[in-house]
Design a protein around this ligand. Structure first.
Ligand code: FMN
Length: 178
């Protein structure tokens, strides 16, 4: 059982914050002490020492993690390499069966190579959200292009597409902390 867990993350549109909230609530209900840090709002970054597990995650945009969680990994690599670490991403491609393998490889499996010493005990590719009202015109057109081949030609694309699988999210965090 993990007694003290740190979850730190980056988000651009907010869907990762809701995922983290569900993870932390689930872990707390299991009796775990959980600290949650949105790395955008926190300087200096939290210290990984003293935690039984550090969970690091990010929403993905244009194939990239948000910069703060990457900076956190870079800056704390030495202590992270001595701590149990788990990684997750919240990604649109996680909701597309044709893209899942590519997303897992690019956004998660590539991390130990990019950050030698980082050795996650687990990774999770979590389905993301597309919410068109949050985007400007250019981004909206770009995102419609990403999602349109998942719909029949000429089909109306919904205003909000939410691929988050809350059971999967709760199962992942439960397995990790137990
Ligand atoms: C402009 C834009 C580009 C995106 N590019 C990708 C991408 O390259 N790969 C992917 O898996 N998801 C992509 N997505 C989907 C996001 O990963 C998804 O919206 C996720 O929920 C974002 O997390 P956040 O709300 O925490 O920022 C993109 C979304 C937007 C708006």
């Amino acid at each position: 059982m993990m007694n003290r867990v740190l979850i730190c993350y980056g988000t651009r549109y907010g869907s990762t914050s809701e995922v983290v909230q569900e993870m932390s609530q689930t872990a707390r209900e299991l009796g775990v002490q959980v600290d949650v840090v949105n790395l955008e709002n926190e300087t200096p970054f939290p210290e990984p020492e003293g935690y039984d597990l550090v969970i690091i995650g990010s929403g993905i945009r244009a194939g990239q993690w948000k910069k703060e969680p990457l900076k956190f990994i870079e800056q704390k690599l030495k202590s992270l390499s001595k701590t149990k670490v788990a990684l997750f991403v919240v990604s649109g491609y996680a909701g597309n069966p044709d893209k899942v393998a590519e997303a897992q490889a690019e956004y998660l499996d590539s991390m130990p190579e990019k950050y030698p010493g980082l050795s996650p005990i687990s990774t999770a590719l979590i389905g993301g959200v597309f919410e068109f009202k949050k985007y400007n015109l250019v981004i909206r057109a770009l995102v419609k292009n990403i999602v349109k081949n998942q719909y029949p030609p000429n089909a109306e694309i919904p205003e909000k597409i939410d691929f988050r699988d809350w059971d999967m999210i709760r199962d992942w965090i439960t397995g990790l902390v137990q």
